[in-house]
Design a binder for this molecule. Structure first.
Ligand SMILES: Nc1ncnc2c1ncn2[C@@H]1O[C@H](COP(=O)(O)OP(=O)(O)OP(=O)(O)O)[C@@H](O)[C@H]1O
Length: 276
């Protein structure tokens, strides 16, 4: 009976979550659910609270109020090891991996699944090489991680996540330092994995084209959650992001799937001030 109710639970359920510092509440009573198998984009203007919310989800910050459930279990009631088996994280900045090779960094994805001091088996090595191949970095496997380009580093961290075999991959602005080709490539790579992804984006058009669902937050509050077509309206772009824009159909829209495409208008803020 209990197992049935657990398997029916959303992958992530956030209820009444608040977090802040001693003198400021930053996340304000957030409620949301993430269903397994989806690619979900987290949007919001600078300072909206995206990273803070993601940090609460990947167990770096403990909410002051409310709870985060993973498959029906409070994430603070399960061990850090158990949690690490289920949730992988790729952040904006790649921390220095000192002298570790790309292969070594990717092999760290096995750590949550290993007993202390157990070695790397032939099977493990095969998994690591396969993941490196999947992200197109086979020729770099012995290269020092720190010497890889920004895009290569992010692909290596995705390979580490592939090896980790999580249920959920959380990505906090993983492409913000990358050029447009790598931005698209990294996000398409994440989408191609057989895993639920929650990723924060600043490029709203990229989010619109790739995400099954979008979550928008502003000033620490959830504004809305839904399909890109329902979420990315001209009104929302004005109210939340403070921009004047037109939303039309992206040329790759089909009868089954409408992909919103945002065209921004420039210069209107200056004109507004001139009229003041
Ligand atoms: N540890 C902290 N101490 C004090 N203020 C914090 C802390 N962490 C976050 N904040 C503040 O909380 C607000 C939300 O920050 P957060 O980094 O979560 O926003 P964000 O939506 O990810 O922003 P950006 O798009 O600019 O990266 C900001 O005003 C930030 O200064």
């Amino acid at each position: 009976m209990q197992q049935n109710s657990l398997s029916a639970a959303p992958l992530i359920s956030v209820s009444d979550l608040s977090w802040g510092t001693a003198n400021k509440t930053i996340l304000k009573s957030i409620n949301l659910e993430l269903n397994a198998g989806q690619f979900i984009g987290l949007l919001g203007p600078n300072g909206a609270g995206k990273s803070s919310l993601l940090r609460c989800l990947y167990r770096y910050l403990k909410p002051q109020q409310g709870a985060v459930l993973l498959s029906g279990q409070d994430i603070w009631q399960i061990s850090a090891d158990e949690y690490a088996k289920q949730v992988a994280v790729v952040l904006q900045e790649s921390p220095s991996q000192f002298n570790l090779s790309l292969f070594d960094v990717v092999s760290l994805g096995l750590t949550p699944h290993k007993r202390l001091f157990s070695g790397t088996s032939a099977n493990d090595k095969q998994r690591i090489f396969q993941a490196i191949e999947q992200v197109g970095l086979s020729h770099h496997s012995e290269q020092a991680f720190d010497s890889l380009s920004g895009g290569e580093k992010q692909r290596a961290l995705i390979a580490r996540s592939i090896v980790q075999q999580p249920k959920l991959l959380i990505m906090d602005e993983p492409t913000s330092h990358l050029d447009v080709k790598y931005q698209i490539q990294i996000m398409e790579l994440a989408k191609s994995l057989d895993v639920t992804v929650l990723a924060s984006f600043h490029d709203l058009n990229l989010a619109a084209s790739l995400c099954d669902e979008l979550i928008v937050i502003d000033e620490g509050r959830l504004v809305c959650q839904g399909k890109p077509k329902a979420v990315l309206t001209e009104q929302l772009l004005s109210d939340v992001f403070g921009v004047c824009a037109a939303v039309s159909a992206h040329p790759q829209s089909s009868t089954d799937k409408f992909i919103p495409h945002i065209t921004y208008f420039y210069g209107y803020q200056t004109q507004e001030h001139q009229n003041d």
